[in-house]
Write a protein that binds this ligand. Structure first.
Ligand code: AHG
Ligand code: MN
Ligand code: MN
Length: 343
């Protein structure tokens, strides 16, 4: 069978034995994410036709305007995961507190917690630009049979058992890792089936794309400013190309295929940056590392950060290994820029 004919369902079954706890639970969990993603995809595709674009007139816990599709995606993922006996807790960007799932027997027998950004890049919906979903999965650390606690969610990213994203783009893709490389599946909308289209995805070691919201330049730390100038310098293979969609999922997906670096740094107005550690940066960092790339907050590996709060933010530098290492060298030694001559 060629890779292109293999469905996600077949792939999950074939690779089930790779999981450290091969009970089939994690497979069923990924199956329910794939199902919820199809429902969200269906709704996203209709945006513009039905009254699903725009804001609901409320703000979420982050103080951001909630889009109707934010709410729809959040409810779809939560309902789909709750109705199956797999997940004992869910934390979402759209909910202040985590949700406890007791299970049908109310005996807290489920093993996994899911952290999710149900709709990433949601301000792009109204203008028909790609959006995504990001998810991160851990085994609970508290004993089976008890209710989940915050401790189950505040695990460092290197303990993730699986992570992935869905990109609702020109085609819809589900990309995920269980710690054995990264595989991408494309949805055939006519059949409702995902096919393995991107086996063993790898970040090129080098690239020529840099992705950062340069409009915030004046607020960036000296090291990031210096790195941007380095990207724009006419030397060797530079200047690089600037590409920034404003959907983390889409920006990282493109850079993973073409080679590039994504940066959301700390700024003078947002010292911890904007992106959320637990359901944006950690899952993307796990995928990046599994694809041979790298993810850092400028000082340390993102996956080694010890979380202290559900919605905490972190600066984020992620992408092709050599580019991330270069960016880190500027962050840690902004004076490097003084040794260079920028035109
Ligand atoms: P969300 O829609 O889940 O709130 O995430 C938006 C994030 C991320 O997707 C994107 O990379 C970033 O916000 C863009 O932020 P700026 O508009 O500040 O560049
Ligand atoms: Mn997001
Ligand atoms: Mn979101």
């Amino acid at each position: 069978m060629t890779h292109k004919n293999q469905t996600l369902g077949e792939f999950i079954i074939e690779n089930q034995q790779q999981f450290p706890y091969a009970t089939g639970e994690l497979s069923r969990l990924i199956n329910s994410i794939r199902l919820a993603a199809k429902m969200v995809n269906h709704e996203v595709n209709k945006a513009g036709l039905v009254d699903i674009t725009g804001t609901v007139g409320a703000t979420n816990i982050q103080g951001e305007a909630q889009q109707k599709l934010d709410v729809f995606a959040n409810e779809t993922f939560i309902n789909t995961l709750t109705n199956r006996e797999i997940v004992c807790g869910i934390a979402s960007e759209e909910n202040e507190d985590f949700i406890t799932i007791r299970g049908q027997q109310h005996d807290h027998q489920n093993n996994y917690v899911v952290l999710i950004d149900p709709l990433d890049g949601s301000s792009n919906i109204d203008v028909n630009v790609s959006v995504g979903t990001i998810f991160s999965i851990y085994r609970r650390v508290t004993p089976i049979g008890t209710a989940v606690t915050l401790e189950d969610f505040l695990q460092p990213g290197h303990l993730q058992v699986a992570a992935g994203y869905v990109i609702y783009g020109t085609s819809t893709m589900l990309v995920y890792t269980t710690g054995h490389g990264v595989n991408g599946f494309t949805l055939n909308p006519a059949l409702g089936t995902y096919y393995l289209s991107h086996p063993n995805m790898l970040f090129p070691e080098n690239g020529n794309i840099y992705s950062i919201n340069e409009g915030n330049y004046v607020h960036f730390p000296a090291g990031i400013k210096a790195y941007i100038k380095y990207c724009q310098e006419e030397k060797e293979d530079r200047p690089y190309t600037s590409r920034y969609i404003g959907s983390l999922v889409s920006d990282i997906h493109r850079n993973m295929i073409k080679g590039g670096i994504y940066i959301y740094p700390s700024t003078s107005t947002a010292p911890e940056g904007k992106l959320r550690l637990l359901y944006e940066c950690n899952p993307m960092a796990f995928i990046a590392e599994q694809a041979g790339g790298m993810a850092s907050d400028g000082n340390m590996r993102v996956l080694d950060i010890r979380p202290t709060a559900l919605h905490q933010r972190t600066p984020f530098i992620c992408g092709s290994k050599n580019m991330v290492e270069k960016a880190i060298s500027f962050v840690q030694n902004p004076a490097l820029s003084k040794k260079q001559t920028f035109v």
